[in-house]
Design a protein around this ligand. Structure first.
Ligand SMILES: Nc1ncnc2c1ncn2[C@@H]1O[C@H](COP(=O)(O)OP(=O)(O)OP(=O)(O)O)[C@@H](O)[C@H]1O
Ligand SMILES: [Mg+2]
Length: 291
């Protein structure tokens, strides 16, 4: 018998688009309160998996168990009500609506059928935005916000229904150093509240900074699952690229990646000095653990 029920269990999840097998029999277990990064090359199937978990797409086959019960998510609202909140890749907003209206888009609170409860929605929108260091006003039009501010609104939206699992597809893409640090801090906060997070991310320093485990997808299959503390950049890169570990090609890839990472870290540190403020990524915390 199992000691505890996993939060989420996937068995044989497959997704076919015409002739493309985007996911091929994916098995995955997510425990309560853990942060799992999903990495892989472009087209590996990461977003497809997130869309299935978030109720945006339905798998061709496979079984999904959430808190011990088999579930079929037929919409994002279904997932949301069950405690799975998501920020999808390239999520769009309604440009002509306010921040509060966008936070409650499709989830409006009503006093009575046909009558929106704007006062409650604005108060709740202020509350969820309050989880972030931001000056965004609930009445501001979305059109007036920067990319980073929009991402904050998208993240705040995940907190509306007290989720047990938060799915984030490339949450730090195109964000500044400070904004990225804020997102990572938010992820750690979710974990400290006992929630689980699945984050799709291409940025290995960010992945190593926040994840408890790293899952590598390649060509729609799981190519590796590791405890972050027990793996290395080299191993993850090898599995993303599908090359044998220790081979020349893998060493070469890893060397190039390390150069990129160290250049990025130098840029990060000088930006941080220039900004003159501390950011959420503690030194050492973002260092990969090398085998
Ligand atoms: N709606 C769709 N119709 C047809 N093919 C699709 C659809 N969505 C995804 N695919 C295909 O499924 C595969 C996986 O795509 P997916 O978007 O999940 O990859 P990804 O790992 O998120 O890539 P990226 O890093 O570029 O975001 C790709 O070959 C893609 O072209
Ligand atoms: Mg994607």
């Amino acid at each position: 018998m199992r000691e505890k029920t996993p939060l989420l269990e996937l068995r044989g999840i497959s997704m076919r688009f015409g002739f493309v097998d985007a996911l091929k029999s994916v098995d995955l277990v997510i425990e309560p309160g853990e942060v799992v990064s999903l990495v892989g090359d472009n087209g590996a199937g990461k977003s497809t998996l997130v869309k299935i978990l978030g109720g945006l797409q339905q798998p061709t086959s496979g079984v999904m168990t959430f808190r011990g019960s088999t579930v079929k998510l037929s919409s994002v609202r279904d997932a949301d009500e069950m405690g799975i909140a998501s920020v999808f890749q390239g999520q769009e907003f309604c440009e002509n609506l306010s921040v509060a209206a966008n936070i409650f888009l499709g989830k409006e609170i009503r006093q009575a059928p046909g009558i929106r409860d704007d006062t409650t929605m604005i108060a709740r929108a202020r509350e969820v935005l309050g989880a972030f260091a931001t000056t965004i006003g609930t009445g501001q039009p979305i059109a007036a916000l920067s990319i980073g501010q929009r991402q904050t609104v998208a993240l705040a939206r995940t907190l509306l229904h007290d989720p047990a699992l938060v799915l984030l597809d490339e949450p730090t893409a195109s964000l500044s150093v400070i904004q990225t640090a804020e997102v990572l801090t938010y992820i750690k906060k979710l974990r400290s509240q006992g929630r689980s997070v699945i984050m799709v991310c291409h940025d290995l320093p960010d992945v190593f900074a926040v994840s408890d485990r790293i899952v590598v997808l390649r060509h729609g299959r799981i190519n590796g699952v590791h405890r972050t503390a027990q793996t290395s950049y080299e191993q993850i890169i090898a599995e993303i690229a599908g090359v044998a570990e220790g081979g020349d090609m893998q060493d070469d890839l890893a060397r190039r990646m390390r150069r990129d990472v160290s250049a990025r870290r130098s840029a990060l540190i000088s930006r941080r000095r220039a900004d003159g403020e501390r950011i959420g990524i503690a030194d050492g915390e973002s260092e990969p653990v090398t085998a």
